[in-house]
Design a protein around this ligand. Structure first.
Ligand SMILES: [Zn+2]
Length: 141
């Protein structure tokens, strides 16, 4: 049930409730008045249930939107990481190697744990460098 349907139901219920409230103000026999009061009480219960449904629906829609975004990020990630392969660099580091140009390596920890690609610098004169994301040392070249 979408939010417009719930809002329409609340509006329709409000109209019926107002009609019964109007009838209640009119001079009617006590038995009818009691029935109208019972009906008004039931309308109140239904109205509260609809308000709860509307809140729950809003909450579900918000969660759904979050999950759609996560799924989209995941789908984009699969495409990105497919351009890399886990391999051993000339310096002995295990890292993701970019299969196209420009050639580079990316940190496997950041890729696997955070779905982030951090390019590993070639390093200093002895080939030592650190991931810009997690600071893990690597010997690429
Ligand atoms: Zn890293």
């Amino acid at each position: 049930m979408d939010i417009e349907t719930i809002t329409a139901a609340v509006g329709g219920l409000k109209y019926v409730k107002n009609t019964f409230s109007y009838l209640h103000t009119k001079t009617i026999d006590s038995e009818s008045k009691k029935k109208v009061e019972e009906a008004l009480e039931k309308f109140g219960d239904i109205q509260n249930a609809l308000y709860s449904l509307r809140e729950e629906n809003f909450s579900i829609q918000t969660k759904n939107e979050e999950l759609r975004k996560k799924l989209s990020t995941y789908e984009n990630w699969e495409e990105k990481i497919s351009s890399y392969e886990l391999t051993e660099s000339p310096g002995g580091a295990i890292a993701y190697y970019f299969k196209d140009d420009p050639q580079h390596y990316a940190c496997p920890s950041c890729a696997n744990n955070k779905h982030e690609l951090h390019i590993l610098p070639n390093g200093d004169c002895i080939g030592q460098s650190a991931c810009p994301g997690c600071k893990t040392p690597f010997t690429i070249s």
